[in-house]
Design a protein around this ligand. Structure first.
Ligand code: F6P
Length: 547
């Protein structure tokens, strides 16, 4: 049955009519326990979801919707290894990668945990060798620089975690991430490193991604220009891929290939060999603590009742805004500098997973699915685009993310930071009325005529929703839990929308067209027919670059 025909959905629609004009300020005034009641703690994460336009009835109906959509059974199916990625006929088992328990997880009758553990052991051994210096470069130098070449899921997770946990990083290792095929990025990195002391990780699930392979071949050439002998590649290039054959063809030594499996989605892959850069930088113990943090969230997601289930609640709140309030955006706003790359990571995770228009059984949806996910460093965004969030015409739910424990030695910085987080959440919620503005301006002795001109411009309607998500501390465990929280939130939404959150056919068309246009730009006549705009753009390039 279509989502919009479910009885809980119809009830939610009616309920929305009652809720849409209720101001959160009133709900707070009427219930002094609201903040306590709409609050959850899991592992090292604290979620205050009281500043949402909900009451107990909203939650009850949203849980009813989850039940009508068999969410519990769908969660079990994912953890069990059912082939829930139906268009690719694959299991979806990123949870197996951080499974710290003893239980078997089978795909086609084979326990995947054996492979998971054996690749982790191989990674450990390799990372230890780099760390203690028993793995040396071709001139017997220590490895000092790691360059991860990959894009999307083969880049963003490792980059984000390495940056987030840089205090835990090995100070002897400089980490570089190259994803853009714009040569500026690779050349910038190459200009800072030396072939004798650099290890390249070529990370690509498919080992066929144009940008990654172009960068990898350029890095290989740069390396061989100095090292000359191809046998040295084995000391300086490793691959992370599900496509062993292509990695071998590239020239990576068989022992240097870190395998993973097609049941791991690219954007869900930082927990396995795609996290090699993470393990190298943070060390194996911290890598395992990262897995542990995710595992705690996995167990919580699997075991907790919906009423206490953090990913379920976050997912359903998203449904409430997207499908009833018609919000089309979701903002991820970290306030901690370490989490600078978190919004970009979540953007891929969410938009590539739930940016779908077709249900699992092949009908076009008649409701909205995944939101446009945007985000940036919260404190900077306050001085840039928060204007629209406070006074614009659109409702854009926001996750404000911060770290509780004080850090750094500069006085007051942390307090200023957190005061802004809490103030923004309150400002979004309470707003400021016309009467309050007038009173304020009168106190400032502004003439009445001026007040009349200005007052409306200073009104904040409030009633703008946010979740405040606080990490006790920023450490491998809390980051692990935080990432898994969002993975599962996205799963919940995909389950309600009845879409496949684990394929990404939408990226293919652009890739295909780029291939034929590339041939045109390289001067090969492809006989392809283009629209007049594309033809014109190709022509502009040719004219500018005529030799
Ligand atoms: O083009 C999108 C995509 O396929 C992502 O899904 C993936 O994370 C990224 O490209 C990189 O793919 P690969 O790891 O196969 O190089």
């Amino acid at each position: 049955m279509s989502l919009t025909q479910l009885s809980s959905f119809i009830k939610l629609k009616e309920h929305f009519e009652q809720m849409k004009n209720i101001h959160m300020k009133t709900m707070f005034e009427e219930d002094e326990n609201r903040a306590k009641r709409y609050f959850l703690s899991v592992a090292d994460l604290r979620l205050d979801y009281s500043k949402n336009r909900i009451n107990d009835e909203t939650l009850k109906l949203l849980f009813e919707l989850a039940n009508e959509r068999n969410l519990k059974e769908k969660i079990k199916a994912m953890f069990r290894g059912d082939k829930i990625n139906t268009t690719e006929n694959r299991s979806v088992l990123h949870t197996a990668l951080r499974n710290r328990g003893e239980q078997k997880i089978e795909v086609e009758g084979v326990d995947v945990m054996q492979n998971v553990r054996s690749v982790l052991e191989k990674m450990e051994k390799f990372c230890d060798q780099i760390s203690i210096g028993s793995w040396l470069g071709y001139n017997n130098h220590f490895i000092t620089d790691i360059v991860n070449i990959g894009i999307g899921g083969s880049d963003l997770g490792a980059l984000m975690v390495c940056k987030a946990l840089k205090e835990y990083g090995n100070p002897r290792l400089n980490m570089h991430f190259v994803s853009n095929v714009d040569s500026t990025q690779l050349q910038g990195v190459l200009s800072k490193i030396h072939p004798q002391t650099t290890l390249f990780i070529i990370a690509s699930k498919t080992f066929s991604t144009q940008e990654t392979l172009t960068n990898a071949f350029a890095a290989r050439k740069w390396f061989l220009d100095s090292a000359v002998n191809e046998c040295f590649i084995a000391k300086h290039f490793v691959a992370v891929s599900t496509n062993k054959k292509a990695a071998l063809e590239f020239g990576i030594a068989e022992d240097n290939i870190f395998e993973f499996w097609n049941w791991v989605g690219g954007r869900y892959s930082l927990w396995c060999a795609v996290g090699l850069a993470i393990m190298l930088y943070l060390g194996k113990d911290n890598f395992y603590t990262l897995l542990e943090g995710a595992y705690i969230m996995d167990r919580h997601f699997y075991e907790s009742e919906f009423e206490q289930n953090m990913p379920v609640i976050l997912g359903l709140l998203g449904i409430w805004y997207i499908n009833f309030f018609k919000a089309d955006t979701h903002l991820i706003m970290p306030y901690d500098e370490h989490l600078r790359h978190f919004p970009k990571f979540i953007q891929q995770l969410d938009m590539e997973s739930n940016g779908k228009q077709i249900t699992k059984d092949g009908t076009f949806v008649d409701y909205d699915t995944g939101p446009i996910v945007l985000g940036d460093m919260g404190i900077n965004a306050q001085h840039a685009f928060f204007q629209l969030l406070h006074q614009g015409t659109r409702l854009a739910p926001i996750d404000l993310i911060a770290v509780l424990s004080k850090k750094g030695t500069l006085p007051k910085h942390h307090e200023i930071l957190l005061s802004n987080v809490f103030a923004q959440a309150r400002a979004f919620m309470v707003g400021k009325t016309y009467e309050e503005v007038c009173e304020e301006l009168t106190h400032k002795n502004m003439p009445q005529t001026e007040i009349e001109k200005l007052a409306l411009h200073k009104v904040f309607k409030g009633n703008r929703v946010s979740n405040t998500l606080l990490l006790d501390e920023l450490n491998p465990k809390s980051i692990g839990s935080l990432i898994a929280l969002y993975e599962h939130k996205i799963f919940v939404q995909g389950a309600i929308w009845d879409i496949n959150s684990f394929d990404q056919w939408g990226v293919e068309l652009g890739k295909e067209l780029a291939k034929s246009i590339l041939a045109e730009l390289l001067g090969q006549d492809t006989q392809m027919k283009y629209d007049s705009s594309t033809k014109n753009l190709i022509e502009l390039y040719k004219q500018k670059n005529q030799s």
